[in-house]
Unconditional design. Sequence first.
Length: 460
Amino acid sequence: MARGNNLGEDKISRLVLRLAIPSMLAQFVNVLYSIVDRIFIGNIPEIGGPALAGAGVCGPIVTLISSFAFLVGMGGAPLMAIRMGEGNQKGAEKILANCFVMLCGLAVTLTTLFLIFKRPLLMTFGASETTYPYANTYMTIYTAGTVFAILATGLNQFITCQGYSTLSMMTVVTGAVVNIILDPVFIFVFDMGVAGAAIATVIAQASSCAFVLAVLFSKQIRVRIRFSGYEWRTMRRVLAFGLSPFLINATDSVVLIGLNGVLQKYGGPAQGDMLVTCATIVLSYMQLITMPMAGITGGTQPILSFNYGAKKIDRIRQGEKCILLMAVGFGVLMFTLSQLIPGQFARIFTQDAQYLDLSVWGIRVFTACVIPMAFQYTLVDGLTALGVPKAAVSLSLFRKGLLFAFTLLLPVFLGAQSAFFAEPIADLIGGITSTTVFLLIFNRLMRRRAAMPDGVALYS
């Protein structure tokens, strides 16, 4: 078992780096799941364009599945870290036990629902008669492996929150390596096309799931899965904590639906499928920013939660500053790369000049305000870690509401391509609003925690 980090004693700056970097790299590698599939799909001879659009239409469903994993994983992990900070081992074990059962239940429910309502969902998400066969094939196979995706993503949060950041990273790396190896084999060697990409992804997720289960059932980890202590009160508390990260991810699906829909509607038969294909490329690139950034801010939540439980106020303040500095630094780097060399990324998916020009333009527009977005991610995740889910949820919904509204409204007046401007507008307004609200809440929250008597359990 890898050495864990001491969340209550290690130097904050080093602790942030030791948790943030593996988590950031893990999320970066996690992006490869979808991007590698899309790269190989986009390069299938003769059908690459429509096949890539079909896979892109499945994006909202893949995102929604991850959202439910985050609902439980990122809802339970901060609570478990708080219990560990309080020195309450049994309380930490009870939270993990309840979350494991919830994730299993969600996996079964989601698999059933998605398979039943497959066609209307895909057509609503932007599939056309041309792209539907590819979307249908990919979604059917991917959905069959939902249980692996849910358990691997959700349970991995409970490895991270115990300080085992390297093991958490290895969970994701294991699946990504398997996916990268199997994709070309199934797609080209076995000539399975889109079906091959989906099968490779499911096998990769099963590998990650096996790894995370092996870790959390091991006797060498601090808090492991046990089959006891189930109660509705604990589950409701987990759901309350997890609502913000769930909405952040789930509303991505809604925005994707809206984006694909308006691109098809206002692009028309001549440009609709091409615009959806280019949006798939742009959103794939955007994941290279948002997922690692979420890794930084989500992977370091245990530092804030643990020390909040331990009532170490100075360490919380130091941690929040270090996390924000790292997220903003990453945002500055990605903004610079996005504006200077977006074409290098787009060429991985297609060599068609028309697709390339539109994708490069889209990447530059989408990434125009990623620096304010870093403030949004850091401060909203910070509020979640400190047990202020209502504020975190409100801020998340505010930004996503803006994004959805502008996505739908701009094309009405300015044409289909103007939908791409919704992202930077929402990022700018959301970043400013989140910073303002956080500054109003944080100091008051720290004073209240410092005044609490020792030994009082938080959020019991």
